[in-house]
Design a protein around this ligand. Structure first.
Ligand code: NDP
Length: 456
């Protein structure tokens, strides 16, 4: 084969070139592929069989892409049309698993970047889950509950054909929380006349959901950083100033866990800007934010008006210009650029844990690594959400519900284990923690593909 004549680094670059040439208008997907492939070279050097079996080419090509029309009636009775996606990326180690995102920026490139990352993240959890992702360019902001319901039901009218507990199990992501999962599950059940199959995760507790699933991504991110701090710096969250972006699911529960561990959270944000509260966001203020975001669906700027005093609101800006010991970007992709990373470093940041998917631009990642900042890459640091989705699937299969303590303990154990796997791979392959994360996630999938033959 032509590729076997190349060195690992030439092979990697040739595959990246092909990926870009094939879909030139999907920059987020290119970024995700580059980040993984450029960091796993030591594993390819040690395992030439991956190159011989064209594993990198196969991994970068989704097993299946589904794109569909989603018509729905708005409150004025006008028929609107959005676009829906499900990318079933890789099922070598289990059924496709990954969230659904509703956001106007969604197009195929975003779903492919997220689905690609999900392959390695799910592998890291140690649970049998393949990688997938879905979504729509529907914007839930400003829509009534009835509009969200009609849209979501129409989305499921098509999606139902492609999912199932042994095939593909979606969950939430940006713009898809408990309300949307409820509407989707209700519609799925109506179409299929089945119940209790664990076809979706993030379900409500009344109908098959798991305790701790809403908390899991945010908690897990903090658990991962906690373990890294302990191992690498003999340090902890106690007394640390923490900056968090976003104010949705991940940000809210990351804030809660930081408070549990004795840290002080000073920022939260949304797409309008960020708030800085030098006194710290305590439990009462966090409860107010949860009501604002999950019930009243308001803007984070209202925090400054409501609490006043020393609280600042910075419209159109991001939190990274403030001093913080630990940064947990938990809003969206590419929300920390190189200059912001430099400001964080200059202000003494010691650890970054990516609650969001791919929040750091490549230049920011390079700066964190070069400065010796503990860098918890998203695939590892935010894997707690999907891991607990895996636990929800297990409970659904067992027809049992575990206690809050039991699920939290398992989540904590999984996050510690992910850290140890990544740190172990970094040591074995003489690379940094980012390389360790990607290699540990990659090896299990790549070996499974080898063992299952060329069509797998
Ligand atoms: P939510 O929809 O609950 O919250 C998203 C938050 O990020 C909101 O505050 C939102 O502000 C902000 N945000 C979204 N897009 C942008 C943007 N383009 N610019 C600035 N701010 C933005 O989503 P989640 O908390 O669930 O997801 C946050 C991140 O975590 C995403 O990257 C997601 O992929 C990742 N993640 C989520 C998991 C989960 O279990 N939920 C699991 C693993 C990763 P606004 O309301 O103004 O849009």
């Amino acid at each position: 084969m032509e590729t076997t004549k190349m060195s690992s680094s030439e092979y990697i670059e040739s595959v990246i070139k092909k990926v870009i040439a094939r879909d030139p208008h999907q920059p987020e997907f290119h970024q995700a592929v580059k980040e993984v492939y450029e960091s796993i070279q030591p594993a390819l050097d040690a395992n030439p069989e991956f190159q011989e079996a064209s594993i990198l080419e196969r991994l970068a090509e989704p097993e299946r892409v589904i794109q569909f029309r989603v018509p729905w009636y708005d409150d004025q009775g006008k028929l609107q049309v959005n676009r829906g996606f499900r990318v079933q990326f890789n099922s070598a180690i289990g059924p496709y698993k990954g969230g659904i995102r509703f956001h106007p920026s969604v197009y195929l490139g975003i779903i492919k970047f997220l689905g690609f990352e999900q392959i390695f993240k799910n592998s890291l959890t140690g649970l049998p889950m393949g990688g997938g992702k879905g979504g729509s360019d529907f914007d839930p902001k400003g829509k009534s509950d009835a509009e969200v319901m009609r849209f979501t039901q129409s989305f499921m009218l098509e999606l139902n054909r492609h999912i199932g507990q042994f095939t593909d199990v979606p969950a939430g992501d940006i713009g898809v929380g408990g309300r949307e999962i409820g509407f989707m599950y209700g519609m799925y059940r109506k179409i299929k006349n089945v119940h209790g199959t664990g076809v979706l995760t993030g379900k409500g507790l009344n109908y098959g959901g798991s305790l701790i699933r809403p908390e899991a991504t945010g908690y897990g991110t903090v658990y991962f950083v906690q373990e890294a701090l302990k191992d690498l710096k003999n340090d902890s969250f106690s007394g640390k100033t923490v900056g968090i972006s976003g104010s949705g699911n991940v940000a809210q529960f990351a804030t809660e866990k930081v408070l549990d561990l004795g840290g002080k959270v000073v920022t939260l944000s949304d797409s309008g800007g960020y708030i800085y509260d030098p006194d710290g966001i305590d439990r009462d203020k966090l409860a107010w934010v949860m009501d604002l975001k999950n019930v009243r669906r308001g803007r984070i700027s209202e925090y400054a008006t409501h609490f006043g005093g020393p609280v600042e609101y910075h419209a159109g800006r991001r939190p990274w210009e403030k001093q913080m010991d630990i940064a947990l970007p938990s809003a969206t992709q590419n929300e920390v650029n190189g200059a912001e990373a430099q400001t964080l470093i200059d202000n003494g940041v010691i650890a970054v844990g990516e609650g969001a998917n791919m929040p750091s631009e490549p230049e920011a990642v390079d700066k964190f690594l070069a400065a010796g900042v503990i860098f918890g890459a998203a695939k590892a640091a935010n894997a707690g959400g999907v891991a607990t989705s895996g636990l929800e699937m297990s409970q659904n299969s067992l027809r049992l519900g575990w206690t809050r303590e039991e699920v939290d303990q398992r989540l904590h154990g999984i996050m510690v284990n992910i850290y140890k796997m990544a740190a172990g791979a970094a040591k074995t392959y003489d690379t940094n923690l980012l390389g360790g994360v990607n290699i540990a996630g990659f090896l299990k999938v790549a070996n499974s593909m080898l063992e299952q033959g060329h069509w797998a």
